[in-house]
Design a protein. Structure first.
Length: 199
């Protein structure tokens, strides 16, 4: 098991996006693997990753590496949580019924796709061809997104969109929601990614 706290000194690795729009337009062209500095701790392939989210504020997102993949931890604001309930008609699989064993553990089969409504944990890899979508957390009109954008994630490769629970929008190239990896809380503010109570 490896352990990583979210702190400012490590944000180059685990804090790829912190707050809305922090990534900007440049990083999206970079494959996600090169966004990560090599991590000694993550070298143990498959090891679960322990993350202290006590410093993560509402509206902020951090990224950790697990099994070579980016895992997003987004602390949603109350408004963002509330907005999730209004999107069903625009989503391909609003209730996470597709491939539940692969994509959505039983404890995340709810509107927020999470254990705690405010904390999303999702693998940041598009279900189309594997690009890493860009966080577009801020609501409102912006380039490439609908005018009534409620905040979510945009995949620049072929234009797929996901909501703030990683649910894919209808009629776009990506067929499925983003994967929610196995995870559990070791304490109020400590997450274990890669294992859950079944493990
Ligand atoms: S890889 Fe994301 S839309 Fe094609």
């Amino acid at each position: 098991m490896s352990q990583d706290a979210i702190d400012p000194g490590r944000r180059t690795w685990i804090g790829i996006t912190c707050g809305a729009g922090a990534l900007g337009g440049v990083a999206v062209a970079v494959p996600f693997v090169s966004s990560f500095a090599p991590s000694e701790r993550a070298k143990a392939a498959g090891a679960a990753v322990e993350v202290d989210i006590s410093t993560l504020k509402a509206g902020e997102m951090a990224t950790v590496e697990w099994r070579g993949k980016p895992v997003w931890i987004l602390k949603r604001t109350p408004d963002q949580v509330e907005a999730l309930a209004k999107l069903d008609a625009k989503l391909a699989d609003p209730d996470s019924k597709r491939k539940p064993d692969e994509l959505t553990p039983a404890y995340a089969r709810n509107k927020a796709r999470s254990i705690k409504p405010e904390v999303l944990v999702a693998v940041g890899i598009c279900s189309h061809l594997g690009c890493s979508p860009t966080a577009k957390l801020q609501a409102g009109a912006q380039p490439s997104l609908p005018e009534d954008w409620p905040g979510g994630f945009f995949c620049p490769c072929h234009g797929s969109m996901f909501d703030l629970a990683g649910r894919v929008y209808k009629n776009l190239p990506a067929p499925d929601n983003l994967e929610v990896p196995p995870h559990m809380y070791l304490s109020e503010t400590k997450l274990l990614i890669g294992e859950d109570k079944k493990a």
